[in-house]
Design a binder for this molecule. Sequence first.
Ligand SMILES: C[S@@+](CC[C@H](N)C(=O)[O-])C[C@H]1O[C@@H](n2cnc3c(N)ncnc32)[C@H](O)[C@@H]1O
Length: 298
Amino acid sequence: MALQSFGSVDTNFKLDKIAEYLEKYTTVLKDKPSKEKPFRTIFVDAFAGTGHIERRRDAESLFDGDADSIIEGSATRALRLNNPFSQYVFVEMNAQKARALEKLKSDFPILAQRISIQVEDANDAVQRLCNETNWKTTRAVIFLDPFGNQVSWQTLEAIAQTQSIDLWYLFPSGLGVWRQISKDGRVVKEANESLDRMFGRTDWRDSLITRSYEVDLLGEHEVFTKEGDPNAVTEYMISLMKGIFKGGVLDQWLVLGSHRVHKYSLIFACSNPNPRANQLAFRLAKAILRSDKVGRRK
Ligand SMILES: C[S@@+](CC[C@H](N)C(=O)[O-])C[C@H]1O[C@@H](n2cnc3c(N)ncnc32)[C@H](O)[C@@H]1O
């Protein structure tokens, strides 16, 4: 059994986009604010996997036209940049996968000293890093790439409060939210807790599920209906994130999934309130998102 096997066409596409952003980011930040005292830069891959992904042998990958069955994961791609980060933090909860990440140190010996591998929950690791780093002299990019609803709202708040981090968040708009609500507005029992944690509130239900009243022979009763689609869920999440990310949240996102099903939305947020910093970050992110898979706020 492959240790990490889930890659679809969109996985590769998503990772290409992240690598493209990291390349631009590290190029732009090189020697900033000055050549003598540049920022310390960190790439945090909070759901790092193993460094490599085996493609699932489904119809989509077969017709992809790409013969490679193993693709490089986000951690490996980040280590290949022309201008490397000062530090790489790879967080992975699965100990076996984390051991596979260790191999990256021998694959990239020049960068080995800069790599730290943490075997723990991404929320704990990211919140601690956000609280303990001196953000006056440090800048970072965090990539949150969960399978499901693992990212808590508290983690987004911690990232936003640093005012120094750019965030790429693979938000599970379709898989983790949309599919967990039935047409008649009932939330799958097991998903309730993770959704409350992910949105950081319980009133998300009022925005994604409408309540109306119907009268029939038995009298008046409440009717619940699921609203919108995964894009509407994404818009809702972006509107919440705008309340905490002082540098802004892009009103565009990458629509990702497989078999033409919208499962995830790749969202970009900038925590830096300095207009020069966030305008630049947005320009870079928008250039990356130029694609036919882009969703936009209506
Ligand atoms: C979609 S994969 C990440 C793939 C990776 N970005 C890559 O390009 O190879 C999600 C990873 O998160 C790990 N994971 C799941 N829950 C986690 C958690 N709470 N904290 C940290 N890692 C977690 C899983 O073991 C899995 O390897």
